[in-house]
Design a protein around this ligand. Sequence first.
Ligand code: FAD
Length: 475
Amino acid sequence: MAAGAMNRRNRWTASLADAQPVAYWLDDPGRPAALPALTGDERCDLLVVGGGYSGLWTALLAKERDPGRDVVLVEGRETGWAASGRNGGFCAASLTHGAANGLARWPAEMRTLEELGAANLDAIEAAVARHGIDCDFERTGELDIATRPHQVTELREYHAELTEAGLADGLELLDAGQTREQVDSPTFLGALYDRRGVAMLNPAKLVWGLKRACLGLGVRIYENTPATGLAADGAGLAVRTPYGRVFARHAALGTNVFPSLVRRVRAYTVPVYDYALMTEPLSAQQLASVGWKNRQGLGDSANQFHYFRLSADNRILWGGYDAIYPYGGKVRAEHDQRPETFAKLADHFFTCFPQLEGLRFTHAWGGAIDTCSRFSAFFGTALGGRVAYAAGYTGLGVGATRFGADVMLDLLSGERTERTELEMVRKKPLPFPPEPFASTGIALTKWSMARADENGGRRNLWLKAMDSVGLGFDS
Ligand SMILES: Cc1cc2nc3c(=O)[nH]c(=O)nc-3n(C[C@H](O)[C@H](O)[C@H](O)COP(=O)(O)OP(=O)(O)OC[C@H]3O[C@@H](n4cnc5c(N)ncnc54)[C@H](O)[C@@H]3O)c2cc1C
């Protein structure tokens, strides 16, 4: 490394000196204590496994659909300790990991998917208000930023494609000057502004609020209670936990990136580690140097992208870029910290916002994303329709998990609904191959995507082959 670059890197890494190795959102005095574990046997109509957004929305919607339904939720550790408590807090209407991905996979369904997604985000906003969930929900929208000339062209083409498909409502193309009037960085060359389709929120406060709302509706929640086995029992199910069993008519699995209780589902996801930094609060002067009066979320439009946003107290969360797949595909606490990624993120942060030199990071963390090869959730049932599952949200599950919860309840009811008729719901993604093929394929894909970013966006033969069979890798 040249001496200049080395000095620069050292200066930026010093900004990490005080960063706590924990997710900022979970480092909160308001974090509720875990509820007692299940000891003994339980009986219920519906057992929900997993205390992230997926599981909590499922329990909440089950009670809202039918207050008489007896619902139990078991969580292996604490509600919200995993992805739901440590994400970026971008709550998007999109159910398809962005409209580009949806258009490529389900062009005929995209209007319906976008309408369902918009209704889902409205329903989240309404539920937050109805249940008094204090999670700093702000419907600010999002800027999709171009930082390289080829991305300006790509954003323009993408906007034209969406306009032709009738999907560009509320979207606005901004040139460099208009973009920098919103948020000022010398690296910004243009943007696509989605004013309504994304909200910013405090992810941990949402999960804790959902937990409170569930308890208020009579859901019985047991924490530190991993479900270790699932089997048919008469006309229902028996689920094993360390100190007791749950007998239920139905079960809904919201277990995300963790090994599914339905074994055949496991090959459809791999864990991909995503990392984030949080700064100290910006002073009024620092904030003024960046602008950002409309408080939108931002993401750049590279294959290896950053996402960034303000917190309620005007810190900047800065995350993304490196998407790390650990060989063997196991979720392990040791992957939550990755100093080389944090140093890289700090470097990129000050390249984006040189006017904030001197700002320090207070928190640095990572977490596992349930990547599937089509980047948006898949659904299914097991044990003759007594069990439903939803997983594979791939880094865009804050909003979409509520939709997934509705799908799981539809599937368990046995009814055909607009949701269950969707091709996205009826069909599964391609599974990932076993090792060593998974890590070799992922490494080649990541290398190709990084080259495309450097190379005017041009996709090599490997990426084109992957595109043609609908296989991909993202975070
Ligand atoms: C760093 C990071 C940033 C992200 N940023 C964003 C973002 O800005 N916007 C966005 O939309 N998405 C984002 N995501 C993704 C988003 O957080 C997830 O899609 C979403 O939280 C998934 O919710 P979930 O309930 O399915 O999973 P989780 O929150 O992982 O919950 C699953 C729960 O199930 C429990 N569990 C698993 N197995 C069992 C079992 N056998 N028995 C009992 N309990 C079990 C686990 O302990 C866990 O608590 C991000 C993810 C990460 C990691």
